[in-house]
Write a protein of this length. Sequence first.
Length: 147
Amino acid sequence: MLRLFAAALLLAGFGVAPALAQGMATPTGRWITADNQAVIQIAPCGKNLCGQIVGLANPTPKDWQGRPQCGLTILQTAPTTDENGNPAWVGTVTDPRSGVIYHATVALDAFRHLLLHGYVLLPFLGKTQTWLPYAGRTLAGCQLASN
């Protein structure tokens, strides 16, 4: 019982306990980016969430180091809560073309759309993208299947 209480206090200190109490809808799954050019698979990586490129409209683009973007982890986040006590995630997002790393916040809206806010220095200097759940298929080599 004491361990459970200590764990709850520890989680509360990281902003996770309120999210767990609300059932913590997480952004795990496959998401199509705002420009419809990539599908990102968000999955647990330890206690955090990571997003990896698993589908591309053009399966041959290279990253900033000349390697294929397929399989590249571009999102790394840890759980927290937003100013209203709703589940959110904070971390970084990497532009796969340039290698620039941005601060990022991730949240789900009421329609279960993923809101990714990337920024430099201060959040108001950033931009929010809306990613939609992706139910389509991806083929070998990250190619998106035509519907």
